[in-house]
Design a protein around this ligand. Structure first.
Ligand code: GDP
Length: 321
């Protein structure tokens, strides 16, 4: 199905497509046999696109098997094999190795649905610079466009600039913004936001949080306090905790993400700046390693540049002509 969103996605992944699919196509052009050297070059291309070592190994193994069955003769067959493998991983990431299964909370239960008349409370977490503020603005815009009443809670009181920035996005998207001065208690801002949400019968409260890593103990404690407060005020809140990951940071983003997963009760991922990288294959590594649903992807700096993530569309966009 070709939609406006699909075209946007296709445009965003163009560099990744050139680096990944374009180079593979050139590599196997006119080849009838897949030699050891072709496989080696294929490995380099796959690793270079940041899809991850395990997925690369899996694809190579499947290629070897297909070659030994004499079932791989051209680019189309290879493309079908790679597409199938990527889609499998994106839709059903392999289980974590036993050592990682506990006590990691990487498979939280499905987020609860807010009770009638209560707002959905969404926390947004991620380190500074990943596109957290922009994504909050885009989310607010989408929800407002869908007729929802949105309150943005400026709980990233750590940086004055963060409050100003999120205010601009609130104005653009038509959302209400609740803020206090720099250095104010983030939980106090949340408290006020939930008051306003109840008063105005808001549908959604989007909570900006400070860009923190778990090593900053006081900051993690602050986030825990906000979780407790949200749960006390609105049953089941926060209903979602979105972790923002910057696609341009490639595998490094994964390291940061794991730190958040340990402590922040993350329920879903948003991968930003897919348009700004040739290593968009990292989406596959993210799905595989973090085993959390990717909810949205950021494909530009504008308000409309946030799209629902669909594994099928993502894989299709890489191979579509
Ligand atoms: P924060 O520090 O995490 O709040 O990050 P910001 O929201 O301020 O974003 C940092 C930079 O990334 C800004 O220049 C944004 O315009 C840019 N940005 C955010 N999301 C995207 C995206 O999906 N695509 C592109 N190209 N740039 C983005």
């Amino acid at each position: 199905m070709v939609t406006g969103f699909f075209n946007k996605l296709k445009h965003a992944v163009k560099n990744t497509k050139d680096q990944l699919v374009g180079r593979i196509e050139t590599l196997v052009l006119g080849e009838k046999q897949f030699s050891a050297s072709t496989l080696e070059q294929l490995e380099t291309i796959l690793i270079g696109a940041d899809i991850g070592v395990k997925t690369t190994e899996e694809i190579l193994e499947r290629v070897r098997q297909a070659v030994s069955r004499d079932a791989l003769h051209d680019f189309d067959a290879l493309a079908a094999l790679i597409k199938g493998t990527l889609l499998e991983i994106l839709t059903q990431p392999p289980p974590a190795p036993p050592a990682e299964r506990k006590p990691s909370p990487t498979r939280p239960p499905a987020p609860p649905v807010p009770a009638a008349g209560q707002p959905r409370v969404v926390f947004v977490v991620g380190v500074n610079g990943v596109g957290k503020t922009t994504t909050i603005g885009k989310l607010a815009h989408r929800l407002s466009q869908a007729g929802q009443r949105v309150v943005i809670c400026a709980s990233d009181t750590f940086r004055a600039a963060a409050i100003e920035q999120v205010e601009i996005w609130a104005q653009r998207s038509g959302a209400s913004l609740i803020k206090k001065s720099q250095g104010a208690d983030p939980a106090a801002v949340l408290h006020d936001s939930l008051d306003v949400a109840a008063r105005d019968r808001a549908d959604v409260v989007i909570v900006d949080t400070a860009g923190r890593l778990h090593t900053k103990l006081n900051l993690m404690k602050e986030l825990e306090k906000m979780h407790r407060l949200a749960a006390k005020r609105v049953p089941g809140a926060p209903h979602d905790v979105y972790l923002i990951i910057d696609a341009t940071t490639g595998q490094n983003g994964l390291v940061q993400a794991r730190e958040f997963l340990k402590t922040s009760g993350v329920t879903g991922l948003i991968v930003t700046k897919l348009d700004g990288t040739a290593k968009g294959g990292v989406v596959v590594a993210i799905a595989r390693e973090l085993r959390l649903p990717i909810r949205y992807v950021g494909v530009g700096e504008k308000m409309e540049d946030l799209i629902d993530f669909s594994p099928e569309d993502f894989v299709e966009s890489l191979f579509a002509s």
